[in-house]
Ligand binder design. Sequence first.
Ligand SMILES: [Zn+2]
Length: 327
Amino acid sequence: MLVNLHTHLEGNVRPATAGALTEKLGLSQPAGGWVDALQLDAPSNLTIYLEKVASTYPLFSDRESLTRITREAVEDAAADGQSYLELRFGPATHTTENFGLDEVIAAVCEGARQGSDASGMPAGVVVAALRLHDSELNEAVARSAARFAGAGVVGFDLAGDELRFAALEPFVGAFGIARAAGLGVTCHAAEAGPASAALEAVTLLGATRIGHGAHLIDDPEALKRIAGDGIVVEVCPTSNWYTGAIGAIAGHPAPAFRAAGVALVLGDDNPRQTGSTLSHEHRVLSDQLGFDAAALADLAETSVRAGFMADSVRRELRAQLAATLAR
Ligand SMILES: [Zn+2]
């Protein structure tokens, strides 16, 4: 069963839609076309990777465009064979004078609902605070996300450039607001930064899931604490190769994480940049990283347990998983 617990709305824009929205908004088309503008052609670093993702930001500037992009992302995930999708995005980069945080989040929740209705696949929205924004703005984002708890938004995240903005203290207030609203908490950490960043995300922000955590492999003590505390790591192998977090996909630490007793879930992070959707990431686990049927069953079970979905959705997914495993 394919459960996508780490993917970014901004990394899920169809090239054809990007072209249509560019025209609609009166912007200039990228010189080499949108396929090239979106797709990474070689591994680099997190800063360059994020610049590529950010090329779509100007397309997110009105309700109709955001709803369309989100609906299509959900439909694409369903077409990839996914059973559940958590779609994360940073609303604060998409606001304009006449398009505030609540409206941005409402547009994305509406797109997720439309995509779910059309495809039959449940989807939840995870709102991300961004490292480059100040505390005041991130707390406003958290308050806005909190207003949509139970109405489309299921979780809260911290995303952005971990190399340039490493400290987590500025985000403590925002995460407190999100937790108080009952939102699930995840945090990008130890992707470009050190293993200690993942531990800080747990202790300072209350994260129960860590995005990437690739550098946990450098610190056996930190890895042991993550495993012992039952913190779930969201792995995205192909993305980690493109950001330079790992030197080769076959060298991804997922097997070592599993051997250390860390609970794992899977994501495709930014499929339009990497060219790898969740079904391909699942094959990477089985074909290149040695995940056998038992390991993949554990991954699916952890995903259903650690996803931020409503209990009714969790029950449905549990039943679906039991039927799959009984086959
Ligand atoms: Zn990510």
